[in-house]
Design a protein around this ligand. Structure first.
Ligand code: G1P
Ligand code: ZN
Length: 547
């Protein structure tokens, strides 16, 4: 193999602690930018000679060009076997499954998740380790250090590969396998869920509408729902992956899926109303679940899945524990309490679940940002969540809405909403956080708006497995009536700062469960603004996005 050694200069790479490098496509197209980052990854790994690397992405603009480069660099770095999704595709959870199943050394996933794609959109790259999960901070900080000092990269002098074919090829000593991106994943799903039962649900007339948002889950959803489970053709909409996601924002929330939500509103009466709708994001790790007249909040979804997981074969022996990110509502805590299992509260970001899953301390985990998953892979998993819901529906023979409402009756309802202030001037956003941090010690015992404050802190997490501490993970304010507000700065925004305010109140009384969400939260919304002075400090009257 002829290897070219190219001189280069340091770049601004992924910040340690973030789960990947995400930038505008234009930056990734700058000469040597991607190469510098990929070489920085390889330079931070020991013992890659002869091992297996998995490569795939969500199909967004620049996916194929990036993969061509990565194949040549991986061959030059000494990997012995490359498993690449046909067409350059692998959803994030499928990449995790492939890494685990084939005992790969690691994997490179090309995606900017739910961020818009296309030539003016975002691109991203991240490295996952051999357990199938995002690289831990010990690795990402090495990568970061390498990006600051890199002087050269190595690339094999090989022609481009036709990624649309399937099969095995020899790249001068390194074997390249273009694999079916769906097969291993579909097999894993069949080992977890009762496909016969779900298939009977479909044949009895149950109708699902799954919106793949022109992103990576199209081929997965078509194979699993329409081919294996024999749901009617047309169950999957927007099922062809496009480089710009059809010009849409591939983020499965009620704002970007407004049409899907609208389709499940039952008045005026129409005969064309699906029983359930669902969507996933750019790279297939997030999920949105919609029942008739009801969007299931991701926090509720996690709690409901935890309470019913034993109905699916893969979880029939029960759960070792559950984990949720700190801002996620406390609904799952109530379920854990009833099941007598531990509930871990971790900082925002999927990577914090990895150690708990590896150590079998948690079986299910989730985040308020539409991420739910289990120990079957080390990423959150959109289609998995839809399948677990379907398995539960098939067993309980109830509607999504009935299951949610009966869950609230049994456990009480956690009203929950996130208010995002996007593209805020960084200084103003930092000022809000700084103000809160300074005020913290004096808050307990005082009143914010109508609500007495019980306790307040800046969340700090000590990993129960490796003892590492992650401090300053967000301000939590608990009020006396069980309500809570949380303030944190987004780590994934690409323009200015994004300030997230998470609002939660608890209502045990079932006669009050049908209130309007924002009205039910009105007192805690007021309190959050009163205590943070946020609107004044950032000069905004309303949040940019309410979810
Ligand atoms: C957001 C979500 C977080 C998720 C992350 C990656 O991060 O809030 O739950 O893990 O995207 O998908 P944030 O922008 O809030 O830092
Ligand atoms: Zn994603």
């Amino acid at each position: 193999m002829t290897i070219k050694i190219i001189s280069t200069a340091p770049i601004e790479g992924q910040k340690p602690g973030t789960s990947g490098l995400r930038k505008k496509v234009a930056i990734f197209r700058e000469p040597h930018y991607l190469e510098n980052f990929v070489q920085s990854i390889f330079n931070s790994l020991d013992g890659i000679e002869g091992t297996t690397l998995v490569i795939g992405g969500d199909g967004r603009f620049h996916n194929e060009a990036a993969i061509q480069t990565i194949i040549k660099m991986a061959a030059a770095a000494g990997f012995g076997r490359l498993l690449v999704g046909q067409g350059g595709l692998l959803s994030t959870p499928a990449a995790s499954a492939v890494i685990r199943k084939h005992y790969a050394f690691g994997g490179i996933i090309l995606s900017a998740s739910h961020n818009p794609g296309g030539v003016d959109g975002d691109f991203g790259i991240k490295y996952n380790v051999s357990n199938g999960g995002p690289a831990p901070e010990s690795v990402t900080s090495k990568i970061y250090e390498n990006t600051k000092t890199i002087r050269e990269y190595r690339i094999a002098d090989l022609p481009d590969v036709d990624l649309d074919q399937r099969g095995s090829f020899n790249l001068a000593g390194c074997s390249l396998h273009l694999i079916d991106p769906v097969e291993d994943y579909a097999e894993l799903m069949q080992s977890l869920f009762n496909f016969d039962k779900i298939s009977s649900l479909f044949s009895s007339g149950f109708r699902l509408r799954f919106d793949a948002m022109h992103a990576v889950t199209g081929p997965y959803a078509k194979r699993v729902f329409e081919q294996i489970l024999e749901a009617p053709t047309g169950t999957v909409i927007n099922g062809d992956p496009q480089p710009d996601f059809g010009g849409h924002h591939p983020d499965p929330n009620p704002v970007h899926c407004a049409e899907l939500v609208q389709a499940l509103i039952t008045t005026p009466l129409s005969s064309d109303i699906p029983d359930m709708a669902a969507a996933s994001d750019g790279d297939g790790d997030r999920n949105l679940i919609i029942g008739r007249d009801l969007v299931v909040s991701p926090s509720d979804s996690l709690a409901i899945l935890a309470a019913n997981a034993h109905l699916a074969p893969g979880y029939k022996d029960g759960l070792a524990g559950v984990a949720r990110s700190m801002p996620t509502s406390q609904a799952v805590d109530k379920v854990a309490e009833k099941l007598g299992i531990p509930c871990y509260e971790t900082p925002t970001g999927w990577k914090f679940f990895g150690n708990l899953l590896d150590a079998s301390k948690a079986t299910l985990c989730g985040e308020e940002s539409a991420g739910t998953g289990s120990n079957h892979v080390r990423e959150k998993d959109g289609l998995w969540a839809v399948l677990l819901w379907l398995n539960i529906l098939a067993e309980r023979q109830q509607s999504v809405t009935d299951i949610v409402k009966s869950h609230w009756t049994a456990f009480g309802r956690h009203f929950y909403s996130r208010h995002d202030y996007e593209a805020v001037e960084a200084a103003a956003a930092n000022d809000v956080m700084q103000h809160l941090r300074t005020e913290l010690p004096a808050l307990p015992g005082t009143r914010a708006g109508q609500l007495p404050i019980e306790r307040a802190d800046d969340f700090s997490y000590r990993d129960p497995i490796d003892g590492s501490v992650s401090a300053n993970q967000g301000i939590r304010i608990y009020y006396e009536n069980g309500a809570r507000s949380v303030f944190r700065l987004s780590g994934t925004g690409t323009e200015g700062a994004t300030l997230r305010v998470y609002l939660e109140s608890y209502e045990p009384d079932p006669t009050k469960h049908d209130q309007d969400l924002q009205q039910a939260l009105a007192a805690v919304i007021d309190a959050a603004d009163a205590v943070s002075q946020l609107k004044k400090k950032i000069g905004r009257a309303e949040p940019s996005v309410v979810s």
